[in-house]
Design a protein around this ligand. Structure first.
Ligand SMILES: NC(=O)C1=CN([C@@H]2O[C@H](COP(=O)(O)OP(=O)(O)OC[C@H]3O[C@@H](n4cnc5c(N)ncnc54)[C@H](OP(=O)(O)O)[C@@H]3O)[C@@H](O)[C@H]2O)C=CC1
Ligand SMILES: O=C1CO[C@H](CO)[C@@H](O)[C@@H]1O
Length: 369
């Protein structure tokens, strides 16, 4: 391994890999050395496009075929933004080739597949991490502190999260997210991964005891043998009586809301996945006071906004850059951190259980670790 920089290979000239080209460039401890596509010309076109807008000093090599990239000595870690339906094979092959693995979300088609993928990483002593950018924002430790302070929320009773966008017709007809072969979990995999992760984060990664999922809408198309979820809601029920509801949709205009409420107050974030543009992140805490004395009724809001200085995107301190910087640091030390595969697996376990419930008429499903 190069002494100071993690050398990245990108598997697939995916749309999201363009943003992450910039994240690696901004990270300071990573460099892209190779980009592989099914066709070499696509890899070259990807490199040319990225280089035009976010130039790097050393140009990566365009490679034909993912396998060829895995055989290279100048790649320490791979970023795998291939469609979920294809990812297992390449995560396992990458681990077996001794490459650290940054795996896009949703990680796998099933819990059993993800267990195999993580096992391959463990056996080969390489890091596994999913691509959830917000986990690497400075807002998260601040949120943790406030959730745990005992006063802002008190005992958590309810978490509600929504993540959706209204997809145009061309997306529904052509995007990988509406193909049962490529992204079989549809909006649940694409958006629910985030809402479920946020609920688990709020609950300190305790798994719910039981879940219920409801498919509200689905869509099939010619190249997609089965329909995929287009609109979905789920309920997670925790042992201590807390509950978490989530809603995901490709049919409802953009929203990304989390509301965490408890015995003393509540917290709201309305941009928890993709922060609003700017140099500051925030969240709101409300500890309302209701005072009813005689004929006088006073409802006081008592709002505090927590501000965190961090640029929203494409900057050295933005969350996606932190994701790659943290990963590169782990790869460079050669000591994988088991926290990351563990929370990916928990997210997958909850997601799969919600989908199982929905497939069976929304029966409650017990969650097994
Ligand atoms: N963490 C995050 O913030 C984000 C994560 N994602 C996740 O990343 C993944 C990729 O999303 P996105 O960038 O929009 O996807 P794209 O459709 O833009 O890219 C997918 C890539 O996969 C490769 N591929 C290999 N086989 C196929 C196939 N049969 N059909 C289509 N593509 C194939 C292609 O690369 P090539 O032709 O070069 O081989 C293609 O460019 C998704 O799972 C998504 O959930 C997406 C956006 C943000
Ligand atoms: O992960 C992602 C980030 O959010 C997008 C929605 O706004 C998703 O479609 C994408 O896959």
């Amino acid at each position: 391994m190069s002494e100071s920089k993690c050398r990245w290979g990108i598997l697939g000239a995916a749309m999201i890999a363009k943003k992450n080209w910039d994240a690696i460039r901004n990270s300071g401890n990573g460099v892209v050395t190779a980009v592989a596509s099914r066709k070499k010309a696509s890899a070259q076109a990807f490199i040319d496009e990225c280089q035009l807008s976010r130039p790097v000093r050393e140009l990566p090599e365009a490679i034909e075929g993912y396998e060829a990239l895995l055989q290279r000595d100048d790649v320490d870690a791979v970023y795998i933004p291939l469609p979920t339906g294809l990812r297992k094979e390449w995560v396992i092959k990458a681990a077996q080739a001794g490459k650290h693995v940054m795996c896009e979300k949703p990680c796998a088609v099933s819990v059993s597949d993800l267990k195999e993928m993580i096992a391959a990483c463990e056996e080969n002593n390489v890091q596994f991490m999913d691509g959830v950018m917000y986990m690497h924002s400075k807002r998260m430790p601040e949120l943790r502190k406030v959730i745990d302070d005992g006063e802002s929320v008190g005992k958590i009773k309810r978490i509600q999260s929504h993540f959706s966008f209204c997809a145009p017709e061309e997306f529904i007809q052509g995007n990988i997210r509406v193909s049962s072969e490529l992204e079989p979990q549809g909006c649940v995999g694409d958006l629910g991964w985030y809402t479920i992760r946020m609920s688990l984060f709020a609950m300190n990664y305790e798994l719910p005891q039981q879940v219920v999922g409801r498919q509200l809408s689905q869509h099939g198309r010619e190249d997609s043998p089965s329909p995929v979820p287009m609109e979905f809601s789920g309920e997670l029920l925790f042992q201590n009586g807390a509950s978490a509801g989530f809603y995901n949709s490709f049919l409802t205009e953009h929203q990304q809301l989390v509301h965490i409420s408890g015995s003393k107050g509540n917290i709201t974030l309305n941009d928890f996945v993709l922060p609003w543009c700017g140099n500051e992140m925030s969240f709101e805490v409300n500890n309302a006071v209701f005072d009813f004395t005689g004929c006088v009724c006073v409802m006081e809001k008592h709002t505090r906004i927590h501000h965190i200085g961090e640029y929203s995107n494409n900057a050295p301190d933005s969350q996606e850059t932190n994701l790659f910087r943290t990963f590169s640091k782990l790869a460079l030390t050669g000591k994988p951190d088991p926290f990351w595969p563990e929370i990916a697996l928990k997210t997958q376990i909850v997601m799969d259980a919600c989908l199982e419930s929905a497939r069976n008429g929304s029966v409650p499903v017990d969650v097994k670790a």
